[in-house]
Design a protein around this ligand. Sequence first.
Ligand code: AP5
Length: 230
Amino acid sequence: MGRKILILLGHPGAGKGTQARLIRHRLQIPQISTGDMLREAIANKTPFGCEAKSKMDAGELVSDAIVNGIVADRIKRPDCNKGFILDGYPRTVSQAETFRTHMNDGDHLSVIEIGADSDRLRKEKRLIGRLMCPGCSEIYNQYSRVPQNDQICDVCGKGLVHRSDDREDLILERFRTYREETYPLVQFYQNLGVYHQVDGMKPIHEVTKEILDIVDQKKKVLMPVANGGK
Ligand code: AP5
């Protein structure tokens, strides 16, 4: 049986991580967040973590070679046998082309852009107000999605932190990087007939419902490159 593969695209702060974490239980497939994996590599001071840090601190993308490598390794793990949710990957057309070579005959692919307006994301303080759990990566917001106990993760009890790249100057740079390097993926996946969009400015639970409605249609099949599936 083919794997169920869901790619979530969207501006920084659109809600990719929030939605991936909510729907992974319903779909019973893991969330693969390249941002989380890179932050873990930085915390563990691995060689590619050191290389990634300078790029992430500048709001730029980490090299395709590093990111393609960590994703290729991750999706080989047994928990991905039934499928997975990609949150933050692919992020360039080159990454998308590499990822296609990892697809198998019969895999079901849905690509969903969580559409968002960058001015409204800033007004809603989605990134400036974000709090994140360094233990389990749960996502909160000090204005709109507050934990039950001040600054403490509801899930694992660790103290919450602000992400180091959630600074006003870097947010603008991350938006620019998204527009220039990631947005072309919309056209890429439209051409393959697997692209959908949901409105990421709606309340979180409404966005979740829209995503699940799309995934439940189960009719989007992307053939791997080897089978000429354009
Ligand atoms: P990454 O960690 O992927 O960050 P990002 O893409 O900038 O996205 P965010 O995590 O900031 O936002 P999100 O869409 O997940 O929003 P969230 O759900 O948290 O990447 C970080 C860096 O790593 C990159 O800059 C790059 O350097 C590197 N990197 C990662 N992947 C890479 C790749 N493939 N190639 C190269 N480099 C890579 O929500 C944000 C906030 O909004 C939260 O507070 C949440 O509570 C709130 N919120 C969410 N949805 C709603 C809603 N509907 N209504 C109200 N509030 C909401």
